[in-house]
Write a protein that binds this ligand. Structure first.
Ligand code: AMP
Ligand code: MN
Ligand code: MN
Ligand code: MN
Length: 278
């Protein structure tokens, strides 16, 4: 018996994905996904369309969101699964997080203008599907278009990460708030792509401990951003902290994401999948 093909983290044009919510679902269905969560950044607006499309394709669907959180100077992402979009604590909290994005984007435009790249804010807006959700990814696509770097990935490396000219500091939600909102909405909280953070082992342990103390339930063991070694490392973390395990492509779009919807490795067999509690 093969395990179910669950993919519990991906993006649509409602945040920084390349496909509309219904097209994400259609692609997932084509790829053999059995259980899908759409988890747009700081936004719930794609869930109704995705759920309707999933019903049409006979695909089980979970409401999701990926909340941007500040942890000291770092940004950490917390996925909420099984959230009720009608929950006002969650909806209002996310609206407050989104409210900072446009001003941040304008400051990114100014920062890039200061090194001679003019019009980046307006250029990024051409790629935005939801005016409330301007992201670094939209800047990256525009900068790749004008040839500032070879591709989206190298645009990030050269311009959009901390220490590079287009990076501006920003304060997101607190970890406490993010878990409070997700739990108020009846959801399970999941630490997204733990292998991506620029944190030492000790600092990561502080995140895990705080997350557990706040009632956080799960961790992405298998992620589009993890290699095999990272998967094994975070499987050990799941065992040590008693976290449920998630499996997540973090798909953003064809040509941009190395792992397609449903294309991730299976979870290590001894772990308890987060979807057993959804
Ligand atoms: P933002 O929420 O606006 O800061 O944008 C974060 C998004 O940018 C992430 O969700 C990824 O989709 C993308 N991203 C961040 N870092 C990188 C990177 N080094 N390479 C490619 N994409 C990245
Ligand atoms: Mn993204
Ligand atoms: Mn993320
Ligand atoms: Mn993501």
């Amino acid at each position: 018996m093969s395990p179910i093909n669950a993919d519990l983290h991906c993006h649509s044009t409602i945040s920084d994905g390349l496909l509309a919510p219904a097209d994400v679902v259609a692609r997932a269905a084509r790829n053999g996904v059995d259980l899908l969560a759409l988890t747009d950044h700081d936004e719930l607006a794609g869930l109704a369309a995705a759920r309707a499309a999933a019903a049409a394709h006979g695909l089980a669907f979970v409401n999701g969101v990926e909340v941007s959180v500040s942890w000291g100077e770092q940004t950490v992402h917390i996925v909420g699964l099984g959230v009720d979009p009608a929950c006002t604590a969650l909806a209002d909290g996310l609206a407050a997080v989104r409210a900072g994005r446009d001003g941040r984007a304008a400051r990114m435009g100014d920062a890039l203008a200061a090194i001679g790249i003019r019009g980046a804010y307006e250029g990024a807006l051409k790629y935005v599907g939801n005016p409330a959700l301007v992201s670094r990814s939209h800047f990256a696509r525009y900068l790749a278009e004008i040839g500032a770097a070879r591709d989206v990935k190298s645009v990030f490396d050269h311009y959009l990460v901390r220490g590079k000219p287009g990076y501006v500091e920003h304060v997101w939600a607190t970890l406490d708030d993010a878990l409070g909102w997700i739990h108020a909405a009846g959801g399970l909280a999941v630490i997204a792509h733990p292998g991506r953070y620029r944190l030492s082992k000790r600092e990561l342990d502080e995140v895990f401990a705080r997350f557990r103390d706040l009632g956080g339930e799960a961790i992405e063991v298998v992620s589009g951003s993890h290699n095999r070694e990272a998967t094994l490392e975070f499987a050990r973390v799941a065992r040590r902290y008693g976290f449920l395990a998630s499996r997540a492509s973090d798909f953003h779009g064809p040509g941009e994401s190395s792992v397609d919807l449903g294309g991730s490795d299976p979870l290590p067999e001894d772990l308890t999948p987060v979807w057993s509690k959804l």
